[in-house]
Design a binder for this molecule. Structure first.
Ligand SMILES: Cc1ncc(COP(=O)(O)O)c(C=O)c1O
Length: 410
C-alpha cells in the first residue's frame, strides 16, 4: 500500500469511528457496565498487522510483553489469549519448573472469578478456600495465615474489582490474580509487582482491552521460559535456553522440538498491537476510575442499609467496578437501579463454593480444603452486587447512583 493509501485509510477509519474511545458518558442515560474503550488508533494498529499479513504471535506481542512488564516493574511478560489462560499457565509453569508439585496446597479466596479457582485444580494442585475480609472483600490475611499447613506452598490473592489485596505471605509463593485491577497500588508499588508472579486480563470490559487477552508478569526467567513453552504446544521456540535444548536433542528437528506437555494459549499479533495503543491510555483512565471510586464512596457513606468499600489505607483502588453490600434483601435495590438504567451484576463468582461447578469438582474427586467458615463470602453471595465504573464516568454518575440508593433506603 502506498503512503497515500495509508493516509486515506487512516482518514476513513477515523471518520467511521468518531468519538471513540468513549471518553465521556452522559449520566442521564444510566450507567452501563462498560463503555467502548478503543478507537481508530487501535483498529489501525490491528489493521496494520493484517495488511502486512503478520498476524500470528510475533513482534507486536513481544513489544507489548516488554512494555507491560516494564509498566508493572517486572522483567518478564508472557501474553496469552485470556486472563483465565494466564492463571492456568502461571500455575502450570510453576509445576513445570518444580516450584510447585502436584498435590501442593494453594490458598485462594472464596470470592473471586471462576477461573481463579478452577486452574488450581486443573494444574493438579489443591485449593484451600479461605474467607474474605469484610472491609476489602479480598482474601482475609489472618484467616489465610491460620490455614497454612506443611502442604501449603502458595497463595493466590485476588485484587477484587480493583481493591489491592494483602500480598505479604512469608514463606509462600505469592501469585496475584490482578485480572481486574490494572493500576491498583499498594505501599507505593503497582500491584502485579508484589508477588512472585501476577496475571492480568484484557477482556473487552476491563481497564484496557485487547478484545480477548491476558498476560503473566514475573521476575523469574525460568518460570517465563517454562510458560513460553507451555503457551505454544510445549515447543522450544521463544525459550532463552533453546540453543542448549536443541543441542541436547540432535535427533529431533529443532523446528518441531517439544520439551514440555503444553497447550496452545497464544494471542494473535493484532492483540499485541491493540494492547500497545491501549497501554498509552491506561494511567489517565485508572486515575479517573480511582477518583470515581472515592467520590461515589463519599456520596453513599452513611446511607442506611447499604455498605460500600473504600480503598484501604496505603493502597490505590483501580476502580474496576463499584461493590455494594445490602443489609437485607438485595433484589429490590438491584431492580430499582436497573429500572434507572444502572446495570448490576453479582460480585464476580461470589462464594465460589456455592456454584454448581464446585460441586461438580467434588463429584469428580477433586481434593479441596475449606479450613473455616465462609461467613463474609456468604454475605457477598447473598447480599452483594456491583455496578460499573469507567474512565468515562464522573461525579454525576455518583450523584445519580446515590439518588437511587437513597430513595430506596428512605
Ligand atoms: C479476578 C479475575 N480473574 C480472572 C478473570 C478471567 O479473565 P478472562 O475473562 O480474560 O479470562 C477475571 C475476569 O474478569 C477476573 O475478574
Amino acid at each position: 500500500m502506498t503512503p497515500l493509501d495509508r493516509d486515506t485509510l487512516r482518514r476513513i477509519v477515523h471518520a467511521e469511528m468518531p468519538n471513540l474511545p468513549t471518553e465521556s458518558h452522559d449520566a442521564s442515560t444510566g450507567m452501563p457496565l462498560t463503555v467502548v474503550g478503543f478507537g481508530p488508533e487501535e483498529v489501525l494498529a490491528a489493521l496494520d498487522c493484517m495488511l502486512t499479513t503478520r498476524v500470528t504471535m510475533g513482534a507486536e506481542v513481544r513489544a507489548f510483553e516488554a512494555e507491560w512488564a516494564a509498566w508493572c516493574g517486572r522483567s518478564q511478560g508472557v501474553m496469552v489469549n485470556s486472563g483465565s489462560s494466564a492463571n492456568l499457565l502461571m500455575l502450570e509453569g510453576l509445576v513445570e519448573i518444580g516450584r510447585l508439585k502436584r498435590g501442593d496446597e494453594v490458598l485462594v479466596p472464596a470470592v473471586g472469578w471462576s477461573t481463579t479457582l478452577f486452574p488450581i485444580v486443573q494444574a493438579g494442585l489443591v485449593p484451600v478456600i479461605v474467607d474474605v475480609h469484610p472491609r476489602s472483600l479480598c482474601l482475609d490475611p489472618v484467616a489465610a495465615r491460620a490455614a497454612v499447613t506443611s502442604r501449603t506452598k502458595a497463595v493466590m490473592p485476588v485484587h477484587l474489582l480493583g481493591q489491592a489485596a494483602d500480598c505479604d505471605y512469608d514463606g509462600l509463593i505469592v501469585l496475584e490474580d490482578a485480572c481486574a485491577a490494572h493500576g491498583a497500588m499498594q505501599g507505593g508499588r503497582r500491584i502485579g509487582s508484589l508477588g512472585d508472579a501476577a496475571t492480568f486480563s484484557f477482556f473487552f470490559s476491563h481497564h484496557i482491552t485487547t478484545v480477548e487477552g491476558g498476560i503473566i508478569v514475573t521476575d523469574d526467567p525460568l518460570l517465563a521460559d517454562a510458560m513460553r513453552s507451555l503457551r505454544a504446544h510445549g515447543w522450544v521456540r521463544e525459550r532463552s535456553d533453546r540453543a542448549e535444548l536443541i543441542a541436547r536433542n540432535p535427533d529431533i528437528d529443532s523446528r518441531f522440538l517439544f520439551v514440555s506437555a503444553g497447550y496452545n494459549l497464544r494471542p494473535t499479533d493484532m492483540a499485541g498491537a491493540f494492547g500497545r495503543v491501549q497501554l498509552r491510555r491506561l494511567d489517565a483512565w485508572v486515575a479517573r476510575r480511582r477518583a470515581n471510586h472515592a467520590e461515589w464512596c463519599a456520596a453513599l457513606a452513611g446511607t442506611p442499609g447499604v455498605s460500600v468499600f473504600p480503598e484501604l489505607p496505603g493502597t490505590g483502588h483501580a476502580g474496576f467496578a463499584f461493590a455494594m453490600l445490602v443489609d437485607g434483601e438485595r433484589r429490590p435495590l438491584m431492580q430499582r437501579l436497573e429500572a434507572a438504567g444502572i446495570e448490576t451484576r453479582p460480585i464476580s463468582g461470589s462464594n465460589l463454593v456455592r456454584q454448581p461447578a464446585f460441586q461438580r469438582l467434588l463429584e469428580q474427586g477433586a481434593e479441596v480444603r475449606i479450613p473455616g467458615p465462609l461467613v463474609v463470602a456468604d454475605s457477598v453471595h447473598e447480599r452483594g452486587f456491583f455496578v460499573g465504573n469507567s474512565h468515562a464516568f464522573g461525579p454525576e454518575h455518583g450523584r445519580r447512583l446515590a439518588e437511587v440508593v437513597k430513595a430506596w433506603s428512605s
